[in-house]
Each structure stands twice: as C-alpha cells, then as structure tokens.
Design a protein around this ligand. Structure first.
Ligand code: PLP
Length: 474
C-alpha cells in the first residue's frame, strides 16, 4: 500500500489530466452543442458566469436548514448566497417580501413540485393537473392502463402517493378545455389544481383556474417551469395574481443552472413553514449551494433590459418559425404560438414524431417527439415540440428561424422519402438513415449555419474538437 504521507497532492490536477476519458466526452458534448441546432423547448445555454458558480467552492459546503439556522457550522458565506438568491427571486418577479416568500433549495423542478404536495396536502389528497399527452408534466400526475394485464399503473409519484385526475386540451382547438375541467373538478373536488405544462403553446387563463379552484375549495398552483423567463419579463400573464403557490425550474427559459424554486403566498395558512419543512428535512438533505449561487447570478441577469429583449426575441422567433412552417403548408397545433414553443402536427405527413426526432438527430437538429392535440396514445406521438429559447440565446433572429423552418421542411420531406423505401418500422427507418446522402446534405447545412453563431458557456475556439462535423466524422 502506498504511504499516504509521501503521495503527491493531486487536488489541483485539471480534468484533462486527471480523467482524459471523461474530459474527452465533455469536449465531444461541447462540439455537439456548438455544431447543432438546439430546438428542445426546455433547454437553454447558460452563461459563463453561471458555469463559474457551478464549478466553484460552493459545491463543498453542507448547509442543511435555512439561512441563519443551519445544522452545520461555517455557513456564514453560503448564508449570504442563499439570502441573495431569495431576495433576487422575489425582486425578479416583482413580489413584496410581505406577501410572498420563496424557497430556493429544491434540487430541480420535480422535487420542487413534490415538496409542495408533501407540505400542503395529506397522502391520498386529490390533485388535478394537465394530462401528459395534452402537454402536462409527469409531476402533475400520470397513470397508464395496460390492456394486457387489465390494470392501471401509477407512473408518477404524484399518482402513487396522491389521487390524480387529469384535465385535457380540446382535441380540435388545442386549448385547455376549461368547461370540462370545471365539470370534472365539481365532481372530483381536488385539494389542489395545478396549471402550467411542458408542451403548451398558449396563455393560461389564471382567472378561470382561480374561479374553478374557489368553487371547490382547492388550492391553485402554477408550475411556470417552461415560461418562467417570459413571466419575469412580463411577456406572459402573471400567475402570482391568482395562485397560492408558484413553482419553477431555473434552467429553461430562465437560462440558469438546473435547479428549482417554490414561491408561496404569506398569510395565515403558514405555507412558509410547511413548504420549508417539506423541502428539508422531509425530502432533501443539504442544499446544493453551487446551484443556488448559479441561480442567484442568473436572477441578476433576469432583471436587466437585455434579458427582457431576449424574451421578446424568443417569442418573435417562435412565431416566425410557426408562420414559416404554416406558409410551407404544415400544421401547427392551435394554429401558432403565444410563447416560446410550437407543436408541429406531423400526422398529415404520415411521419411519426419518433421518426422525425430520429432523422433530425441524424441531421444535428435536436428536438423531441411530442403528443399533439387529438393523439390517443402517448407511445406513438403524432408530432414534435420545437422551442426557441436556446437558439435565441445564440442570437438567432426571425430570418434565421425562417431558415430553420426551411431545413425542417427539407427534413420532413426526406423522412417521407426514406420511409417510402424503409417501410413503417422505426428500426428499419433508423437503419436507412445511416450514410444517407440526403441526411448528410442537411447536416452539412445545419453545421455551417450553427457554427456561424456565437456560443455562451464556453469558447468554441478553445474546444478540443473544432471539426464542425463532429469528432466522429473527423
Ligand atoms: N415542470 C415542468 C412544467 C417541466 O416541463 C419540467 C421538466 O421538463 C419539470 C417540472 C421537471 O423539472 P426537472 O426535470 O428539473 O425535474
């Protein structure tokens, strides 16, 4: 065994030297992000300042508890970080600390939502949220039904520990079916109604949600994860006017590090104690102070005129993409968008969302398959979800998004052509993509376009792999 005292100190060895295998994977990932067109609606490229916080000394510190009341010593500096983050969070959403409080410790969006349910509800209390195939999130509750076994399965912990009933979008309009929600809520009498979603391109009618909640004695929670950047800049309606609780992730349109936050109304119901205790000690341990630092510094940016301009441009870009696709004869759910994303219905092309996702991936365009209004099964979604936040961060403008629409139009036509030969099976379709000259043609154009735009987080000039087609093709 080595003599510990004689061993050299290696704590300052850079990753490239310490672990070349992992370093190489990260460099490949940087290359992938830089050379592709990132259209996943929930993703973004965070700033160098945020990355600096994530890789900082804050990661070393345990700080269970709340600022000023920790279970560990040495928390005087991280206390300042968390207080700064909480103050900025309230400020960024224009909230008075007398009326609203915030917990910035949730590790991410899913734990934030579960902390609200844990703190404010009893086991088996009833929750209504937007159905997953209608654009809701798993944490708003989700069951599946197995025809073979004749049983239902609670997929989401929200449905394991609570009773959930979904509401849906109308199959023709693609908008939340508020009348049906009102009827069902009248029967189900939920303890909590959740608004917000992962794939909904229109405004939320908070006033109507509040009325339905009040008719049934329900709490109202908005999960603003997707649109939290748009809400902070008043580019979407204000959920704080009507909701009891508002949760969010911080890494989507808000462009921060991966984390979550819970805003709660301060009144006689004492949500503050219930939510804080649900986050810790009920569900989590020590807060991730490096993340909280990253959120704090991102919130500083959120309050700048530049961030407002970014959100305005994101909306313009999503609309430009939608309009261009419609002008090319494509079908967009609800006819367009009021926010940062669109749902492209591919059923008229007889191409599944899964096939479109695969061919786009092969062309270095990243998006995801998604249910569109009228879909019956979440297993074979009929469309794709496309978001503008990430490419807008890279300074894409409307004309650039129109060019992206042309690339997507070429891609779906190529998918039809390939499918006509490969047949309907996804496996055969995927095999036919390999080495296909049509795929290469689109990919080359995608790479050329993407690499002509700036990139935040890291400097492309310093990347290990500079070949725009990626390390594999080098
Ligand atoms: N809520 C909504 C509306 C989301 O879209 C997501 C993630 O996509 C989440 C919650 C969960 O966030 P996380 O993946 O950070 O747990």
């Amino acid at each position: 065994m080595a003599n510990f005292a004689e061993l050299p100190f290696k704590g300052l060895t850079p990753l490239a030297e310490h672990d070349p295998v992992l370093y190489d994977i990260i460099e490949r990932e940087k290359n992938r992000q830089w050379r592709g067109l990132e259209l996943i609606a929930s993703e973004n490229f965070t700033s160098k300042a945020v990355i600096d916080c994530l890789g900082s000394a804050l990661t070393n510190k345990y700080a269970e508890g709340m600022p000023g009341a920790r279970y560990y010593g040495g928390a005087e500096e991280v206390d300042k970080v968390e207080v700064l983050c909480m103050d900025r969070a309230l400020q960024a959403y224009g909230l008075s600390p007398d009326e609203w409080g915030v917990n910035v410790q949730p590790y991410s969006g899913s734990p934030a939502n579960f902390a609200v349910y844990t703190g404010l509800l009893k086991p088996h209390d009833r929750i209504m949220g937007l159905d997953l195939p209608s654009g809701g999130h798993l944490t708003h509750g989700f069951y599946t039904y197995s025809k073979k076994e004749g049983t239902r399965k609670a997929v989401s912990a929200t449905s394991v520990y609570f009773e959930s009933l979904p509401y849906r979008v109308h199959p023709e309009t693609g908008l939340v079916d508020y009348d049906q929600l009102q009827r069902d809520a009248g029967l189900f009498k939920p303890a909590l109604i959740v608004c917000g979603g992962s794939a909904y391109s229109r405004e939320w009618d908070y006033k109507r949600f509040r009325e339905i909640a009040d008719e049934n004695g329900s709490l109202l929670m908005m999960d603003m994860a997707h649109i939290s950047g748009l809400i902070a800049t008043q580019e979407q309606g204000n959920p704080f006017e009507y909701c009891d609780v508002v949760t969010t992730t911080t890494h989507k349109s808000l462009r921060g590090p991966r984390a979550g936050m819970i805003f709660y109304k301060k009144d006689s119901r004492d949500f503050e104690t219930k939510i804080n205790q649900a986050v810790f000690p009920a569900l989590q341990g020590g807060p991730h102070m490096h993340q909280i630092g990253g959120v704090a510094t991102q919130l500083l940016e959120v309050m700048t005129p530049e961030f407002k301009a970014y959100q305005v441009q994101t909306k313009k870009n999503a609309a430009a993409l939608s309009d261009k696709l419609v002008s090319l004869g494509h079908s967009i759910a609800s006819g367009g968008t009021s926010n940062h994303l669109i749902l492209w219905d591919l059923k008229p092309h007889k191409v599944t969302g899964s096939k479109m996702e695969k061919i786009c991936d092969a062309c270095n365009i990243t998006l995801n398959k998604n249910c569109v209004p009228g879909d019956r099964s979440a297993i074979t979604p009929g469309g794709v979800r496309i978001g503008a936040p990430a490419l807008t961060t890279r300074k894409f403008l409307e004309s650039d998004f129109e060019a992206v629409a042309l690339l997507l139009d070429r891609t779906v036509k190529l998918a039809q052509e390939i499918q006509a030969k490969s047949g309907p099976k996804l496996k055969d379709f995927q095999a036919a993509l390999v080495g296909h000259p049509g795929v290469k043609g689109i990919k080359d154009d995608v790479n050329k376009m993407a690499t002509s735009f700036p990139f935040p987080s890291f400097d492309p000039a310093e990347m290990k792999y500079k070949n725009i087609s990626g390390p594999d093709a080098a």
